[in-house]
Ligand binder design. Sequence first.
Ligand SMILES: *Cc1c(COP(=O)(O)O)cnc(C)c1O
Length: 226
Amino acid sequence: MIAANLENIHARIAAAARAAGRAPADVTLIAVSKTHPRAAVLAALAAGQAVFGENKVQEAEAKFPIPGAKLHLIGALQTNKAAQAVRIADAIDSLDRARLSDAIEKAAAAAGRLPELLVQVNIGDEPQKAGVPLAAADGFIKASRARFGAALKGLMCIPPEGVDPLPYFRRLAAMADVHGLAVRSMGMSGDFEIAIAAGATHVRVGSAIFGARPARDSGSALLNLT
Ligand SMILES: *Cc1c(COP(=O)(O)O)cnc(C)c1O
């Protein structure tokens, strides 16, 4: 089932990319394996999927590293988990405040490795959501670039639920353009085609690959934990 789902998602990504005049290879699929067992990750890997997303450090550490698999941490990150995150992640996609930057910088110096970084923007300025507020985004992105240099690859967002996400995706893409950042991680199972139309370079797809998650976990990544 996982292999067939992956094939289906890749076909939809390719169609959405072509419809937008873009190359399918310009869109990276992050398979979001949160709440699903390591065996599900291995099944996806065997089917050719190499990039995975987890939203909790502890859970990610129980499944990864897996040779050949690249791990993105996509959930709100507590500063006291920064050292663990820096150790295990290939990319941290949820950089959203100076205190977290401090913790990551310190952990990276100690570990001798710095994951790739994305700034998460609270694109709908929703009080309950993680991400840097819109008014602070430009300054925070500039400060992150100054601090982390080329490790800062781009931006990530989760648009408000229940409304057309397209204007939010466009706004994130425009922000990435302004800052000369290549990566725009946006779009999930329900809206990745719209995100690709707006310029997503990375889409984060979970349930459409691995199946439904228990309801109590579905919103946890969206909460601001600090
Ligand atoms: C869970 C999660 C996803 C994947 O959601 P699906 O709707 O299952 O595709 C994407 N991004 C983030 C940040 C998540 O926490």
